[in-house]
Write a protein that binds this ligand. Structure first.
Ligand code: ADP
Ligand code: MG
Length: 254
């Protein structure tokens, strides 16, 4: 596993901080005064109905979306606005989406080693050794030489997770990583994510998998209409949600 400790800002335990973040899409107020701190090693699970702003919030963290006002700090530093710095910054914030976005014409090993070689400047030997360790860790070591089309959905998503880990990110954002998968693949991916959580990976996870949220989250964030309306430990959130919105959400997913 990559070390999650940063030598650059090792004094701070806050890996991601959103301060008073606002975002509009034209007339739509997509994020309303979002304040969120993610501590090193913490697993924050983001719940909320469709359209509540969960993906938008994730996307602002690695600047796939710009914000209208407020501030976002990663490891204590503001996001770079553009250029090489932004490019490097994006490599420090891993992202795993519903769609795996693997390069179809490259082997799984190549998919995992490409960015570490091109962006981190790792040698082929080092990148491949590390990639094989990561593929073993996520349980698809035997697929290193296969092409994405030869993998199941669950194997593809685990390859995408290995690819994100290969960049040794400070935090990994998961946006509904299992929602396109069949039940068995979903369990395989959740097992991998559970292992990452246990190893102290800093994670922000948007999911509808309540059993994962209950058992793996250090904290639950509940969003509705672009705002965070609850932030609680899982025990409190699931047994005694304080808002009517959260209560009706929970009754709809159970
Ligand atoms: P969630 O992930 O919780 O389902 P999203 O963050 O995807 O919600 O979307 C929040 C709101 O912002 C929705 O109303 C959605 O339609 C809108 N939205 C998201 N992305 C865009 C965009 N690029 N342009 C316009 N509206 C968008
Ligand atoms: Mg979404």
């Amino acid at each position: 596993m990559p070390e999650n400790t940063s030598t650059q800002h090792a004094d701070s335990d806050i890996v991601v901080e959103l301060r008073a973040v606002d975002k509009h899409f034209g007339p739509l107020h997509a994020l309303r005064n979002i304040n969120l701190r993610v501590n090193r090693g913490e697993v924050v699970v983001v719940l909320g109905p469709s359209g509540s702003g969960k993906s938008t919030m994730c996307r602002t963290i690695n600047r796939l979306e710009t914000i209208d006002s407020g501030e976002i700090l990663v490891d204590g530093a503001p996001q770079p606005a553009e250029g090489k710095e932004l490019f490097k910054f994006r490599t420090e914030v891993g992202m795993v989406f519903q769609s795996f976005n693997l390069f179809a014409n490259r082997t799984i090993l190549d998919n995992v080693t490409l960015a570490p070689r091109k962006i981190l400047g790792q040698s082929k030997t080092d990148a491949e050794r590390r990639a094989r360790e990561l593929l073993d860790m996520v349980g698809i070591g035997s697929k290193a030489g296969s092409y994405p089309a030869q993998l199941s959905g669950g194997q593809s998503q685990r390859a995408a997770i290995a690819r994100a880990l290969a960049m040794e990110p400070k935090v990994i954002l998961f946006d509904e990583p299992t929602s396109a998968l069949d039940p068995e693949s979903t369990q395989d991916v959740l097992t991998t994510m559970r292992q990452l959580a246990e190893r102290g990976t800093t994670m922000v996870v948007v999911t509808h998998e309540m059993s994962f949220a209950r058992s793996c989250a250090d904290r639950i964030i509940f969003m509705a209409d672009g705002a965070i309306i609850e932030s609680a430990d899982p025990e409190t959130f699931f047994s005694a949600p304080s808002s009517e919105r959260a209560r009706s959400f929970l009754s709809s997913v159970h």
